[in-house]
Design a protein around this ligand. Sequence first.
Ligand code: IPM
Ligand code: MG
Length: 360
Amino acid sequence: MSKTILILEGDGIGPEIIQQAQRVLELVNERFQLGITFTHGLLGGAAIDATGNPLPEDTLAKAKAADAILLGAVGGPKWEPLPMAQRPERGLLGIRSTLNLFANLRPAILYPQLVHASSLKPELVSGLNILIVRELTGDIYFGQPRGVRTLENGEREGFNTAVYRESEIRRIGKVAFDLAQKRGGKLCSVDKANVMEVTELWREVMTELGKDYPAVALSHMYVDNAAMQLVRAPKQFDVVVTGNLFGDILSDEAAMLTGSIGMLPSASLDENAKGMYEPCHGSAPDIAGKNLANPLATILSAAMLLRYSLNAADAADAIELAVSQVLDQGYRTGDIYTEGTRKVGTSEMGDAVINALQGS
Ligand code: IPM
Ligand code: MG
């Protein structure tokens, strides 16, 4: 059966890391006869430069038609002077929201080979396996009203609105409870219910939903405490569910526990498990085009794509095994390099994964 993957390279290191992930996908496509065809589109700064729009119609049409989307990263200093509504990030947020990709899964898994690359002590992080479930299409990211206005005294005031409907909380809650049920049976819902009404409602809805999941141990934590607990005793967490803004912040923090944000993939899914897959890290303009970026988060995102949207678990397993093998072999990009390992660039890391796949 033929499947279409839309590739969006984006900006900064996007094209380099995507190139490696596409090589890997092409290889497993042949090996496992997946029948994948690739299409390409522009998003973010690259799209602004070519069309003036961070999310061109053509990209949106291709995204709707595709079975899954693989994205590099968007943004960079070049486009920062643009008004908020025209920036590269708007393209990313627009595609998430238009396609209803409300469930963002961000697994923070520590590869045993990288235990010394973590900023925490090995005993705190070894065996770490957290799944952050971040709501991705609501909250202060999208709430209205928003803007900057000028007050009567001439002073400017910026404002955004944090807002969640019960139905939005319930649908992300269901995703998180279902996943917790399949994993370690623990779900921690993170909010700021002591200060914000919107998350007081969040807590109420999560508690109600918990009654349908007697096998899942639900706990609640304020976001400030959660940020602290993540670096104090991260292994207490199994699945964490939270809103868009808190999830953005906590997932970067969790990523660092695993050694590098350069290792973390993500999936953004709609109600039917159609999804967009992207590394959790950004476009890293400072190292773009220098063959320094770690392509593993993107390669692992491709594995998630195969698993969740293409139902190709064998191919996903093979990629994940190959990544583990290259780490065993000592290959490291700069972000995960520790003494005694072998420092390589983006394309050499891609070669190593391809070799591991061919050898298996
Ligand atoms: C992420 C990123 C994005 C976000 C930016 C690039 C808009 O930080 O995917 O975590 O804030 O969601
Ligand atoms: Mg982020």
